[in-house]
Design a protein around this ligand. Sequence first.
Ligand code: FES
Ligand code: FES
Length: 166
Amino acid sequence: MTKVSMKVNGKPVSGEIEGRTLLVSFLRDTLGLTGTHVGCDTSQCGACVVHVDGKAVKSCTMFAAEAEGCEVTTIEGMANADGSLSTIQQAFQDHHGLQCGFCTPGMVMSAAALLAETPKPTEAEVRHYLEGNICRCTGYHNIVKAILAASGQDVGDIGGDAIAAE
Ligand code: FES
Ligand code: FES
């Protein structure tokens, strides 16, 4: 067992873990932050995306020990300080960017990382960025729309049934 310490959603946390413990397991099982989902465990679906030092990371592909001393943000840390939904979360709600919602935490975390890097992405850039996030409900169209809306762009002209992650 080894001790790991990091900041999660702005709060210092630590725990005793096995060296093989994945970051997603530490977040879900040790800290109880179950908003980060496990859809595949093989680095394909993106349901487990969190931010580590501001970068989007699939937390099933990283050992918890590798996040020692890092700043981690999960979906639980995405709401505004007063508990209201963040702009991206609100856009997902407004534009029906979810169906079952299983992929949604990872989609929101990836979207936030994209908008931090590229505040006004094109539709093509959004679709390309979501390549690592799979929505088993195939709700990509409204997810893309929500992300474009969250970036402050007019989504009135976005149409069709194109599917991301091509
Ligand atoms: S659970 Fe991590 S990519 Fe699917
Ligand atoms: S909304 Fe169901 S997996 Fe995406």
